[in-house]
Design a binder for this molecule. Structure first.
Ligand code: NI
Length: 263
Protein backbone atom coordinates (compact mmCIF):
# COMPACT_ATOMS: atom_id res chain seq x y z
CA UNK A 1 0.00 0.00 0.00
CA UNK A 2 1.22 3.49 -0.90
CA UNK A 3 1.28 6.45 1.49
CA UNK A 4 0.96 9.63 -0.58
CA UNK A 5 2.59 12.28 1.61
CA UNK A 6 1.98 15.43 -0.46
CA UNK A 7 -1.03 16.20 -2.68
CA UNK A 8 -3.20 19.18 -3.60
CA UNK A 9 -6.67 17.73 -4.32
CA UNK A 10 -8.21 21.10 -3.46
CA UNK A 11 -6.80 22.33 -6.80
CA UNK A 12 -9.45 23.36 -9.35
CA UNK A 13 -8.03 20.85 -11.84
CA UNK A 14 -9.70 18.13 -9.75
CA UNK A 15 -13.13 19.77 -9.77
CA UNK A 16 -14.42 17.42 -12.48
CA UNK A 17 -13.57 14.10 -10.81
CA UNK A 18 -12.28 14.73 -7.25
CA UNK A 19 -14.82 12.53 -5.51
CA UNK A 20 -14.42 9.59 -7.90
CA UNK A 21 -10.63 9.80 -7.62
CA UNK A 22 -10.52 9.98 -3.83
CA UNK A 23 -13.09 7.23 -3.23
CA UNK A 24 -11.19 4.95 -5.63
CA UNK A 25 -7.73 5.39 -4.11
CA UNK A 26 -7.65 2.27 -1.94
CA UNK A 27 -8.51 -0.01 -4.84
CA UNK A 28 -5.70 1.68 -6.80
CA UNK A 29 -3.21 0.79 -4.03
CA UNK A 30 -3.04 4.19 -2.32
CA UNK A 31 -3.96 3.77 1.36
CA UNK A 32 -3.40 7.22 2.82
CA UNK A 33 -3.07 10.76 1.48
CA UNK A 34 -1.96 14.02 3.07
CA UNK A 35 -3.55 17.02 1.38
CA UNK A 36 -1.30 20.04 1.78
CA UNK A 37 -2.46 23.63 2.08
CA UNK A 38 -0.57 26.27 0.10
CA UNK A 39 -2.65 29.40 0.72
CA UNK A 40 -5.26 30.10 3.39
CA UNK A 41 -8.20 28.91 1.29
CA UNK A 42 -6.17 25.76 0.55
CA UNK A 43 -5.82 25.15 4.30
CA UNK A 44 -9.57 25.34 4.81
CA UNK A 45 -10.20 23.12 1.78
CA UNK A 46 -7.59 20.57 2.95
CA UNK A 47 -9.31 20.31 6.32
CA UNK A 48 -12.71 19.88 4.64
CA UNK A 49 -11.32 17.03 2.48
CA UNK A 50 -9.79 15.38 5.55
CA UNK A 51 -13.12 15.54 7.36
CA UNK A 52 -14.95 14.07 4.38
CA UNK A 53 -12.61 11.18 3.42
CA UNK A 54 -11.36 8.67 5.97
CA UNK A 55 -7.97 8.13 4.27
CA UNK A 56 -7.23 11.82 3.74
CA UNK A 57 -5.32 13.94 6.27
CA UNK A 58 -4.52 17.65 6.21
CA UNK A 59 -1.40 19.79 6.47
CA UNK A 60 -1.94 23.47 7.23
CA UNK A 61 0.50 26.19 6.20
CA UNK A 62 1.27 29.06 3.86
CA UNK A 63 3.57 28.40 0.86
CA UNK A 64 6.44 30.89 0.33
CA UNK A 65 4.92 32.03 -2.99
CA UNK A 66 1.67 32.85 -1.15
CA UNK A 67 3.39 34.44 1.83
CA UNK A 68 1.23 37.58 1.56
CA UNK A 69 -1.51 35.33 2.97
CA UNK A 70 0.33 34.92 6.27
CA UNK A 71 -1.56 37.28 8.58
CA UNK A 72 -1.84 37.11 12.38
CA UNK A 73 -5.43 35.96 11.92
CA UNK A 74 -4.38 33.08 9.65
CA UNK A 75 -1.62 31.98 12.03
CA UNK A 76 -4.21 31.96 14.82
CA UNK A 77 -6.64 29.91 12.70
CA UNK A 78 -3.95 27.33 11.88
CA UNK A 79 -2.94 27.10 15.53
CA UNK A 80 -6.54 26.62 16.62
CA UNK A 81 -7.00 23.76 14.15
CA UNK A 82 -3.62 22.10 14.78
CA UNK A 83 -5.11 19.80 17.42
CA UNK A 84 -7.84 18.54 15.02
CA UNK A 85 -7.48 14.73 14.80
CA UNK A 86 -6.98 14.80 11.01
CA UNK A 87 -4.38 17.61 10.98
CA UNK A 88 -0.93 15.99 10.81
CA UNK A 89 1.58 18.70 9.82
CA UNK A 90 2.38 22.36 9.32
CA UNK A 91 2.98 22.93 5.59
CA UNK A 92 3.86 23.66 3.11
CA UNK A 93 6.23 26.34 4.31
CA UNK A 94 9.70 27.44 3.22
CA UNK A 95 11.56 29.50 0.63
CA UNK A 96 11.11 29.78 -3.14
CA UNK A 97 13.63 32.08 -4.81
CA UNK A 98 12.90 30.56 -8.23
CA UNK A 99 9.56 32.35 -8.58
CA UNK A 100 10.37 35.32 -6.34
CA UNK A 101 13.61 37.16 -7.13
CA UNK A 102 12.74 40.42 -5.37
CA UNK A 103 14.81 41.09 -2.24
CA UNK A 104 11.89 42.40 -0.20
CA UNK A 105 9.68 39.40 -1.05
CA UNK A 106 12.51 37.00 -0.16
CA UNK A 107 12.86 38.74 3.19
CA UNK A 108 9.11 38.33 3.80
CA UNK A 109 9.45 34.64 2.88
CA UNK A 110 12.24 34.16 5.43
CA UNK A 111 10.16 35.79 8.17
CA UNK A 112 7.12 33.69 7.23
CA UNK A 113 9.19 30.50 7.22
CA UNK A 114 10.56 31.19 10.71
CA UNK A 115 7.16 32.14 12.11
CA UNK A 116 5.66 28.90 10.83
CA UNK A 117 8.59 26.82 12.12
CA UNK A 118 7.87 28.35 15.54
CA UNK A 119 4.20 27.54 15.04
CA UNK A 120 5.15 23.90 14.42
CA UNK A 121 7.27 23.87 17.57
CA UNK A 122 4.35 25.24 19.63
CA UNK A 123 1.82 22.78 18.20
CA UNK A 124 4.11 19.73 18.28
CA UNK A 125 3.40 18.97 14.60
CA UNK A 126 6.08 18.09 12.01
CA UNK A 127 6.78 20.46 9.09
CA UNK A 128 6.64 20.06 5.31
CA UNK A 129 9.35 22.28 3.84
CA UNK A 130 9.30 23.58 0.27
CA UNK A 131 12.72 24.89 -0.79
CA UNK A 132 13.60 25.88 -4.35
CA UNK A 133 16.73 27.77 -5.45
CA UNK A 134 17.21 28.68 -1.79
CA UNK A 135 19.43 25.92 -0.39
CA UNK A 136 21.84 28.16 1.48
CA UNK A 137 19.21 30.27 3.26
CA UNK A 138 17.08 27.21 4.04
CA UNK A 139 19.85 25.35 5.85
CA UNK A 140 21.10 28.57 7.51
CA UNK A 141 17.65 29.43 8.93
CA UNK A 142 17.06 25.81 9.95
CA UNK A 143 20.32 25.80 11.93
CA UNK A 144 19.49 29.19 13.44
CA UNK A 145 16.20 28.00 14.92
CA UNK A 146 17.37 24.48 15.81
CA UNK A 147 15.21 22.70 13.25
CA UNK A 148 16.66 19.40 14.47
CA UNK A 149 14.18 19.74 17.35
CA UNK A 150 11.25 19.89 14.89
CA UNK A 151 10.58 16.76 12.78
CA UNK A 152 10.18 17.47 9.07
CA UNK A 153 10.44 16.55 5.40
CA UNK A 154 12.15 18.43 2.57
CA UNK A 155 9.46 17.95 -0.02
CA UNK A 156 10.12 17.59 -3.77
CA UNK A 157 13.83 17.44 -3.01
CA UNK A 158 15.92 19.21 -5.71
CA UNK A 159 19.39 19.73 -4.22
CA UNK A 160 22.60 17.66 -4.05
CA UNK A 161 23.21 14.31 -2.29
CA UNK A 162 25.70 16.13 0.00
CA UNK A 163 23.04 18.58 1.18
CA UNK A 164 20.54 15.72 1.58
CA UNK A 165 22.93 14.17 4.07
CA UNK A 166 22.90 17.43 6.06
CA UNK A 167 19.09 17.39 6.20
CA UNK A 168 19.08 13.71 7.16
CA UNK A 169 21.54 14.50 9.97
CA UNK A 170 19.00 16.99 11.31
CA UNK A 171 16.45 14.12 11.34
CA UNK A 172 14.64 15.22 8.16
CA UNK A 173 13.03 12.99 5.57
CA UNK A 174 13.58 13.53 1.84
CA UNK A 175 10.37 13.76 -0.23
CA UNK A 176 10.68 12.05 -3.63
CA UNK A 177 8.15 12.35 -6.45
CA UNK A 178 7.79 12.32 -10.24
CA UNK A 179 11.09 14.09 -10.97
CA UNK A 180 13.07 10.94 -10.07
CA UNK A 181 11.62 9.24 -13.17
CA UNK A 182 13.02 11.90 -15.52
CA UNK A 183 16.12 10.88 -17.49
CA UNK A 184 18.06 14.05 -16.61
CA UNK A 185 17.39 13.86 -12.84
CA UNK A 186 20.90 12.64 -12.03
CA UNK A 187 21.26 14.52 -8.72
CA UNK A 188 17.98 13.18 -7.35
CA UNK A 189 18.73 9.62 -8.49
CA UNK A 190 22.14 9.82 -6.76
CA UNK A 191 20.49 11.22 -3.64
CA UNK A 192 18.00 8.34 -3.49
CA UNK A 193 20.72 5.74 -4.02
CA UNK A 194 22.87 7.28 -1.28
CA UNK A 195 20.50 8.10 1.56
CA UNK A 196 18.55 4.82 1.66
CA UNK A 197 14.87 3.95 2.02
CA UNK A 198 14.69 4.73 5.72
CA UNK A 199 14.89 8.48 4.99
CA UNK A 200 12.49 8.68 2.02
CA UNK A 201 8.82 9.63 1.76
CA UNK A 202 6.77 9.10 -1.44
CA UNK A 203 4.80 12.03 -2.84
CA UNK A 204 3.25 13.45 -6.00
CA UNK A 205 2.73 17.20 -5.42
CA UNK A 206 -0.25 16.55 -7.72
CA UNK A 207 -1.70 18.04 -9.90
CA UNK A 208 1.94 18.97 -10.66
CA UNK A 209 5.06 16.89 -11.39
CA UNK A 210 3.59 13.85 -13.17
CA UNK A 211 6.19 11.05 -13.54
CA UNK A 212 7.17 9.33 -16.78
CA UNK A 213 5.31 8.00 -18.76
CA UNK A 214 2.74 10.72 -17.95
CA UNK A 215 5.09 13.70 -17.78
CA UNK A 216 3.33 17.00 -18.53
CA UNK A 217 -0.18 15.67 -17.82
CA UNK A 218 -2.29 16.24 -14.70
CA UNK A 219 -0.81 14.12 -11.93
CA UNK A 220 -2.61 12.11 -9.24
CA UNK A 221 -1.59 9.70 -6.46
CA UNK A 222 -2.13 6.52 -8.52
CA UNK A 223 1.02 7.51 -10.49
CA UNK A 224 3.23 6.99 -7.42
CA UNK A 225 3.80 3.39 -8.51
CA UNK A 226 6.06 4.70 -11.32
CA UNK A 227 8.08 6.62 -8.73
CA UNK A 228 8.33 3.57 -6.43
CA UNK A 229 9.50 1.49 -9.39
CA UNK A 230 12.45 3.81 -10.11
CA UNK A 231 13.37 4.07 -6.42
CA UNK A 232 13.38 0.26 -6.26
CA UNK A 233 15.83 0.08 -9.19
CA UNK A 234 18.07 2.71 -7.59
CA UNK A 235 18.13 0.95 -4.23
CA UNK A 236 18.36 -2.61 -5.53
CA UNK A 237 15.06 -3.77 -4.09
CA UNK A 238 11.45 -4.36 -5.15
CA UNK A 239 8.59 -1.91 -5.63
CA UNK A 240 6.70 -3.72 -2.83
CA UNK A 241 9.62 -3.19 -0.45
CA UNK A 242 9.81 0.52 -1.33
CA UNK A 243 6.08 0.92 -0.71
CA UNK A 244 6.22 -0.95 2.62
CA UNK A 245 9.28 0.91 3.95
CA UNK A 246 8.00 4.37 2.99
CA UNK A 247 4.54 3.52 4.39
CA UNK A 248 6.15 2.89 7.77
CA UNK A 249 8.22 6.08 7.50
CA UNK A 250 5.14 8.17 6.71
CA UNK A 251 2.99 6.66 9.48
CA UNK A 252 5.72 7.36 12.00
CA UNK A 253 6.34 10.84 10.62
CA UNK A 254 2.69 11.95 10.57
CA UNK A 255 1.77 10.01 13.70
CA UNK A 256 -1.06 8.02 12.11
CA UNK A 257 -2.12 4.36 11.90
CA UNK A 258 -1.26 3.50 15.48
CA UNK A 259 1.85 5.66 15.70
CA UNK A 260 1.39 8.27 18.38
CA UNK A 261 4.18 10.62 17.46
CA UNK A 262 6.56 11.15 14.64
CA UNK A 263 9.95 11.36 16.32
NI1 NI B 1 3.05 21.14 -2.93
Amino acid sequence: MIFETHAHYDDARFDVDRDALLTGMRSAGVGKIVNVGADFQGCKDSLALAERYEDVYAALGIHPSEIGDLTEEHIRWIEEHASHEKVVAIGEIGLDYYWDKEKQVQQTQREGFLRQMELARRTGLPVIIHSRDAAEDTIRLMREIHAEEIPGVIHCYSYSPELAREFVKMGYYIGVGGVVTFKNARKLKDTVAEIGLEHILLETDCPYMAPEPHRGKRNDSTNIRFVAEVIAELSGTSREEVEAATWENACRFYGVDGHKNCS
